[in-house]
Design a protein around this ligand. Structure first.
Ligand code: DLL
Length: 435
């Protein structure tokens, strides 16, 4: 295990380390970042009020809008001369936000990616194809430097040009593949059409993340590529990929707690929930120099996996992210996440793993339609079987989630494929649509 000492600390050792780092970071942002000075003053606290890890709850929250208001560099805690890299996140709505990294930050980031690769069984002898997008998105360059940091070989393919991806996977002796799960699915689908069989290749593991994905999609990717699939979590505001990662147990994402404090908050009261309960993930960065953030509200919904992990790491685990609170649908009072629908669809052989949820407005009511692509094996022109499949899909959703939704079957290949993050929810409610 890499960084074994840091990943296997006792809780009291970790508490002590986190408290020391928390005190430092509070001091630093209070002195260097006017927006935080103001937030501390408004709450009537100073860094001297922070001594223990539990004191984190005294600190102000940070939200996406704080980054927008600080655009581009006002939340930076170091002069721009110390920043060696900038990334940015576009978000689905509104203005982009900017994050900056010092050389030390990049080193830390790479070391955390190396921990994740190591947990997936990788070492120096591996050849890893990075098919996350390179550029302002943190996925490509983040994983890239982690691979180099561990001394393995990186193939920086970036996203897109899917046939080329398959050629590289097939010819370059690739043993590990990193991508968004939805893009990996497109690569698998395209390879199948090209008649490429991954089972004959040395490919052994996949590192997937940047969007929610279901357990059934994991199985599908593992079967398609003949690999073991590992989840990796992160967000550009607090780092990029590498905040948390799965070990061989595949039972939650180990948080790199020597660098981050994770809280799970009640989505209404914003009070911390009990361990094991679901809520919004908030993250405090403990070591970031460029842009340290206190209690960043991620809008991601998860919970802490109770108990210890047999892998030996003592770091707490975040259950795979169910979804973002922004993507949560409330269908006649029931909360539904797109990944729950995905999980159901992938159990239905007549459905392809491609779907979209369309939100429209009918009068004052929201209307939800699940568009499901048919698998290639089904004859799209046979109306009788289409009716039966529609019933089967809506019945499966109704029995699993206790909501009835409108299901529309669409032709194979008709739902737009993504080369990065898939858009699962299409919200047409603002457009006065009356579909
Ligand atoms: O997606 C960073 C990343 C790149 C993570 C590559 C993993 C792999 P952003 O573009 O800022 O950064 O988007 C962050 O994506 O708040 C989650 O909603 C979602 N997300 C990221 N990883 C996962 C995951 C990158 N493993 C947002 N499971 C986060 C579910 C994820 N959702």
């Amino acid at each position: 295990m890499r960084d074994k000492k840091q990943q296997t600390m006792t809780r009291s050792e970790l508490d002590e380390l986190q408290a020391e780092r928390l005190r430092e970071i509070c001091q630093r942002v209070y002195e260097k970042v006017p927006a935080y000075t103001k937030k501390f003053d408004e709450l009537g606290i100073t860094p001297d009020d922070i001594s223990h890890v539990e004191d984190v709850i005294k600190l102000p929250f940070t939200v996406k809008n704080d980054l927008r208001a600080a655009y581009p560099y006002d939340l930076f805690a170091v002069p721009i001369s110390e920043i060696v890299r900038v990334h940015s996140s576009s978000g689905t709505t509104g203005q982009i936000t900017v994050v900056g990294y010092t050389a030390e930050d990049l080193d830390m980031w790479s070391s955390l990616i190396a921990r994740a690769l190591d947990a997936a069984g990788a070492d120096k002898s591996d050849i890893i194809q990075v098919s996350f997008g390179y550029g302002l998105f943190t996925g490509g360059l983040g994983v890239h430097h982690g691979v180099e940091h561990m001394g393995a070989t990186v193939i920086p393919v970036s996203g897109g040009n899917t046939k080329r991806q398959i050629q590289v996977l097939a010819d370059f002796g690739v043993t590990g593949f990193a991508a968004t799960p939805s893009y990996a699915l497109l690569v698998a689908e395209t390879a199948q059409k090209m008649g490429v069989d991954f089972d004959d290749l040395p490919l052994r593991f996949g590192i997937f993340g940047a969007e929610p994905w279901s357990e059934n999609l994991r199985t599908q990717l593992e079967n398609a590529f003949g690999i073991e699939a590992y989840d990796i979590y992160g967000l550009s505001e607090v780092l990029g990929p590498g905040v948390g990662f799965e070990c061989e147990q595949h039972d939650g994402l180990h948080i790199n707690e020597d660098h981050f404090i994770i809280e799970i908050l009640d989505t209404e009261t914003l009070e911390p929930v009990e361990d094991g309960e679901y809520g919004e993930v908030a993250i405090t960065t403990l070591t970031k120099q460029g842009i340290p953030l206190l209690r960043y509200r991620t809008r991601d919904i998860s919970r802490i996996v109770p108990g210890e992990c047999p892998c030996g790491r003592t770091t707490r685990r975040l259950e795979r992210i169910t979804g973002r609170s922004d993507d949560m649908l409330i269908i006649r009072g029931v909360n539904v996440y797109p990944t729950q629908i995905e999980q159901i669809l992938l159990d239905i052989p007549e459905a392809a793993p491609h779907y979209q949820i369309i939100l429209t407005k009918r009068g004052s009511l929201d209307d939800v339609e699940v568009r499901v692509e048919l698998s290639d094996e089904v004859d799209f022109d046979e109306i009788k079987s289409l009716e039966a499949i529609t019933k089967k899909v809506s019945g499966a959703i109704a029995s699993a989630l206790a909501v009835s939704v409108k299901v529309k079957l669409v032709e194979p290949g008709s739902i737009e494929r993504s080369e990065g993050k898939a858009q699962r929810v299409v919200d047409l409610r603002g457009e006065g649509s009356q579909e």
